[in-house]
Ligand binder design. Structure first.
Ligand code: CA
Length: 336
C-alpha cells in the first residue's frame, strides 16, 4: 500500500470522526507466522513441581490439565509417582493449581504408581481413568474415579479395577500392558476406552462410563509402545501414540473409530532430555494444541522428573498433521 493511499485512509478516518489507532490484522487460522509483542519462556508450563503424562479437558471457558506428579528424589532412578495433579487455565499461559484431586491410596485395591490418565465429562460428571499397580492381581490395571466438577476431589467410582492384567493375556503376557487409558465420547453418544503398552487395545464403555461394553479389541499400529490418545477432527479419527524407545509420537488416521487405521508417521520428535513422550491433543477457542512432557527443567529434570509443555498443532488441508515444533517459548499471551 502506497504512502498516498495510507494518507488518504488516515484522512478518511479522521474525517469520519473515528479514532486514528493503529491496528494489526490477525493472520488467518493456521498461518505459519507467529508474531509476538513480548515473548516469554513459557515452556515448561508448570515450573514448581515435576509433572508428566498430560491429559487435557476443555470445559466451560477453561482447559483442565491432568498430570502425574513426578516425585523421584535425586538418588531414585525410576518413577516415583503417588498422586495426580490438576491445573486449569483460561489462556494456556497462566495456570492455576488446585488441591491434590486424586492419589493411589484413593483406590483401595491399588498399591502403587500413579501413571498416565485421562479425564472426560459426561452428563455433568467427570470421569478420570488412571493407570496403577494392582494390589492382588499381578500387574498394572486401569481404575476410574468420579467427581462433580473437573477439579475434584475425585473418588473411586467402582471400588475395583475397570481393567486388570489378566483380562488381556491373549495378545501379550507382559504385566504392564494395561496402562495409559485414553477416553473418547463420540458424536453418537458412544464412549470408548483405548489403552495399552506393547499392544494397543480398545473397548466400548457403557453409558454409565464405569463398565466395559463388549469385547476388548486389539489395535495394530506400527512400532506401538504406549500412550494412545484418541481424538476426532471433522470426519477423521486420529490415534496418536508413543512409538519406539526412546519414544517419538506417531499417529494414524481413520474414517471409523474401529479402523482400519492408516499410519501417517511421526507427529512429535524425541522429547528433550527424556526417553518417554506422552501427548494430549485439544482444540481450544478455535486453535489446536499439542501437550507433551520433557526433561527440560534443569539441573535435575530428566526421565523421572519430567515437565509438561504446550505448543501449537496445525492440520493440513487434507486432515494430516504438521509435525509439532517444540519450543521453549511455548504459547504466548498475544499470538497472531
Ligand atoms: Ca494384560
Amino acid at each position: 500500500m502506497g504512502r498516498a493511499v495510507i494518507s488518504f485512509l488516515a484522512l478518511l478516518s479522521i474525517s469520519c470522526g473515528q479514532e486514528n489507532k493503529p491496528t494489526i490484522a490477525p493472520l488467518p487460522k493456521g498461518a505459519t507466522g507467529t508474531k509476538v509483542h513480548e515473548s516469554a519462556i513459557n515452556n515448561p508450563i508448570i515450573k514448581d513441581v515435576y509433572t508428566a503424562d498430560p491429559a487435557a479437558l476443555v470445559y466451560g471457558d477453561s482447559v483442565y490439565l491432568y498430570v502425574g506428579h513426578d516425585e523421584a528424589p535425586l538418588d531414585h532412578h525410576f518413577y516415583k509417582m503417588d498422586e495426580w495433579l490438576v491445573y486449569s487455565s483460561a489462556d494456556l499461559v497462566d495456570w492455576k493449581s488446585h488441591p491434590v484431586p486424586l492419589k493411589v491410596t484413593d483406590f483401595k485395591w491399588a498399591k502403587a504408581d500413579a501413571w498416565a490418565s485421562q479425564a472426560i465429562e459426561r452428563d455433568g460428571k467427570f470421569y478420570w481413568y488412571v493407570s496403577v499397580e494392582h494390589d492382588s492381581v499381578p500387574g498394572k490395571a486401569i481404575g476410574v474415579a468420579v467427581a462433580d466438577n473437573p477439579r475434584g476431589p475425585f473418588v473411586d467410582a467402582l471400588g475395583k479395577a475397570l481393567v486388570t492384567n489378566d483380562m488381556t493375556t491373549r495378545h501379550t503376557q507382559i504385566a504392564w500392558d494395561d496402562i495409559d487409558p485414553s477416553v473418547f465420547l463420540d458424536d453418537d453418544g458412544q464412549a470408548y476406552l483405548f489403552w495399552g503398552n506393547t499392544q494397543c487395545y480398545y473397548a466400548k464403555l457403557k453409558d454409565n462410563m464405569v463398565e466395559l461394553d463388549g469385547e476388548i479389541m486389539p489395535v495394530d499400529l506400527p512400532h506401538f509402545t504406549e500412550a494412545p490418545w484418541i481424538h476426532k477432527k471433522g470426519d477423521w479419527y486420529y490415534l496418536s501414540y508413543a512409538q519406539g524407545f526412546p519414544e517419538k509420537t506417531a499417529y494414524a488416521m481413520s474414517r471409523s473409530i474401529g479402523g482400519p487405521w492408516q499410519y501417517k508417521g511421526i507427529l512429535n520428535e524425541l522429547a528433550g532430555n527424556c526417553n518417554t513422550n506422552h501427548q494430549a491433543i485439544l482444540e481450544f477457542k478455535g486453535q489446536d494444541y499439542f501437550i507433551y512432557h520433557n526433561g527440560g527443567i534443569q539441573p535435575h529434570g530428566g526421565n523421572f522428573r519430567r515437565s509438561v509443555c504446550i505448543d501449537r498443532l496445525y492440520y493440513h488441508g487434507d486432515g494430516t498433521l504438521r509435525r509439532v515444533v517444540m519450543g521453549s517459548q511455548g504459547i504466548q499471551k498475544q499470538e497472531y
